[in-house]
Design a protein around this ligand. Structure first.
Ligand code: PMP
Length: 359
């Protein structure tokens, strides 16, 4: 029966709408502090807001399937060949495209324990095996990940900074790792949180792409650019790889509004700088306060912090009752921890206040 066929899939429901959480607990949606999905608490650049409000494109027509304006704006911004850029409906779409392109039953992908949950889901959704390599100091153990690449493996995921732990790989380690991976295995380097890291520590992706055909770099407009609800991200890779992934993509997957808002957002780098700098200040303040209270946390390079609370799901529920929504990470095998996004000053204060009450 079809129902027997579909019952096997391992379900994960990402970020429930705040409205339904609020309704369940009899709280006004506007009174909820949402620190669950690593979005930008400042929202988006006014230029992006303007692009959406003025209906710059025509949503009654299909979008440009090549997202040419956005692709060319990115090519200019990154000083990259446009043929090396694929625009997609968030980096999530690219994760799935990579899995569909390189895996099938009998094949496998390597990733780190405690890395983004979608990697394993994408891999299993195409019938392949996800090999999770034990973490080292909460981050990727690159040596063991290399050793885990056997003849079935066609894909390996690395994330820097990593979600949900916030750890970061050095650019030298990333370079050495990619150089050591066999050339028939695609390395997906996920840089969803790149803009939150110190510029001097960011890998030289240009150089890496020149050297390695088997590299796909993922970036997104969902985090520092504040466009999570519009679903737009991009991949960087060899033109042949990009062309192949493009042929697997759903037609018109990037909407008119997403393309226009992303072009405008990209043009406002001052906003990106401000948000990244505010994140750093608030993250330090949050961590200093956790430290003062003797709460264990993992030092983070992203816009979120993983902290030890004892019973994660219970603390999550108690916080929800108090109007604070964070991310329980039991589905990552981290039952004693919660992940909190760095919000605005008053949101972080509210989180710290309610956390004190709950613990
Ligand atoms: N990669 C990482 C590491 C993430 O944390 C996320 C979002 N949580 C994504 C990719 C997917 O983001 P999006 O599809 O919105 O670009």
């Amino acid at each position: 029966s079809v129902l027997a066929h579909v019952s096997g899939i391992d379900l994960y429901v990402p970020g429930r709408p705040i409205e339904s959480v609020a309704r369940e607990h009899g709280i006004e949606p506007s009174a909820i502090v949402k620190l669950a999905s690593n979005e930008n608490p400042f929202g988006m650049s006014p230029a992006a807001r303007q692009a959406i409000a003025s209906l710059e494109g025509n949503p009654s027509r299909y979008p440009d399937s090549d997202s040419v304006a956005l692709r060319d704006a990115l090519a200019g911004h990154l000083k990259q060949d446009p043929q090396r850029i694929l625009i997609a409906a968030g980096s999530s779409e690219l994760i799935l495209l990579a899995a569909r392109a390189f895996l099938e039953p009998g094949r496998a992908a390597v990733m780190s324990q405690y890395s983004f949950i979608s990697y394993g889901l994408a891999v299993r959704s195409v019938g392949a095996e996800a090999i999770a390599v034990p973490a080292l100091d909460w981050g990727h153990d690159l040596k063991r990940m290399l050793a885990a690449i056997d003849e079935r493996v066609r894909l390996v995921f690395i994330a820097s900074p990593n979600n949900p732990t916030g750890t970061m790989l050095s650019k030298e380690d990333i370079e050495r790792f990619i150089a050591a991976v066999p050339s028939n295995v695609l390395v997906v380097l996920d840089e969803a949180y790149r803009e939150f890291t110190p510029a001097e520590h960011r890998p030289d992706v240009d150089k890496l792409l020149q050297r390695h055909d088997n590299l796909l770099v993922l970036r997104t407009f969902s985090k520092v650019y504040g466009l999570a609800g519009l679903r737009v991200g991009y991949g960087l890779g060899h033109p042949d790889l990009i062309g192949y992934l493009k042929r697997l993509q759903l037609p018109f997957s990037v909407t008119v509004n997403a393309q226009h808002a992303a072009v405008a957002a990209l043009g406002d780098q001052a906003f990106v700088e401000q948000c990244s700098s505010a994140n750093k200040t608030e993250r330090s303040r949050l961590c200093a306060e956790l430290e003062a209270r003797g709460i264990r946390y993992i030092p983070s390079f992203g816009n979120f912090v993983l902290l030890h609370v004892g019973d994660g799901p219970k603390v999550f529920r108690s916080l929800v009752e108090r109007g604070i929504v964070v991310r329980p990470v039991a589905n990552y095998g981290l039952k004693e921890w919660i992940r909190v996004s760095v919000g605005l000053t008053h949101e972080n204060d509210a989180f710290l206040r309610e956390l004190r009450a709950v613990l």
